[in-house]
Write a protein that binds this ligand. Structure first.
Ligand code: NAP
Length: 244
């Protein structure tokens, strides 16, 4: 279905990013994984994609918050791979704390990675998408960005910012066959949430579907958005009904 296309997945070494990379590879896409430092893990994901699905896969070390670095890496990916048409802005961090306790660095770091990182990637990839006459951008937001979450002013602001970025990019590039959508995951079992068990997290106990999500739940939604040319500007909640 995606044969002949190349997907760039940020934060692709583990968790949701790794699941999305594998899902897109299973549909035939070549994958370029961008990650800040988890080289061994990222290479394992690449090997899996190549061995299981016969696609080309490579890892690039990149801090998405760094404008120049993202520019260089996107240029390199475009030389190494053909037909870059898919961008998954998945890399994200948390630096939680109540506003009264949160320092400037905690706020700036989260905005830089989660929001500016997505802008950097979209800006640099858009040239390739225009050249290839096709683009499918998926930004991984969060239900925290839609409803707010005490202790996550920085994270919620970054994820709400992604919603505005998504809709603006969707409008700016619609005439160029470039779509831009967001996914708002709820409580997904990954390293990011490893210290929050269903027992001590009141939100987890409120999930109507009765379980935390899996990275594969998010990967399925990403595949849907990437393969849906008439869907743009959407924020798709994938949260077991949590945000209803
Ligand atoms: P995770 O397991 O902590 O993985 C985060 C990934 O992002 C890692 O691969 C990490 O690289 C990478 N990363 C972090 N900072 C980076 C940077 N500056 N440049 C490049 N890569 C960077 O997180 P996850 O749970 O899979 O979350 C993935 C996305 O979903 C995030 O945007 C997160 O906010 C969002 N989300 C998650 C949940 C949830 O419940 N898990 C809910 C809503 C939204 P390293 O491996 O090198 O550290």
């Amino acid at each position: 279905m995606l044969k002949g296309n190349t997907a760039i997945v940020t934060g692709g070494s583990r968790g949701i990013g790794a699941a999305i990379a594998k899902k897109l590879a299973s549909l035939g896409a070549n994958v370029a994984l961008l990650d800040i430092g988890n080289e061994d893990q990222a290479k394992l994901v690449c090997e899996y994609c190549t061995e299981e699905f016969g696609v080309k896969a490579a890892y690039y070390s990149c801090n998405v918050a760094d404008f120049e670095q993202t520019k260089q890496v996107v240029t390199q990916v475009s030389k190494d791979f053909e037909n870059v048409t898919i961008l998954i802005n998945n890399a994200g961090i948390t630096r939680d704390g109540l506003v009264m306790m949160m320092n400037e660095k905690q706020f700036d770091d989260v905005i830089s990675v989660n929001l500016k990182g997505a802008f950097n990637m979209i800006k640099h990839c858009s040239r390739q998408f225009m050249k290839n006459k096709c683009g499918r951008i998926v930004n991984i937001s969060s239900v925290s960005g839609l409803s707010g979450n005490a202790g996550q002013a920085n994270y919620s602001a970054s994820k709400a910012g992604l919603v505005g970025l998504t809709k603006t990019v969707a409008r700016e590039f619609a005439s160029k066959n470039i779509t831009c959508n967001a996914i708002a995951p709820g409580f997904i079992a990954t390293d990011m949430t490893a210290d929050i068990s269903a027992e001590n997290n009141p939100l987890a106990a409120q999930i109507p579907l009765g379980r935390p999500g899996t990275p594969e739940d998010i990967a399925g939604a990403a595949a849907f958005l990437v393969t849906s040319p008439y869907v743009t500007g959407v924020v798709l909640r994938v949260d077991g009904g949590l945000g209803m």
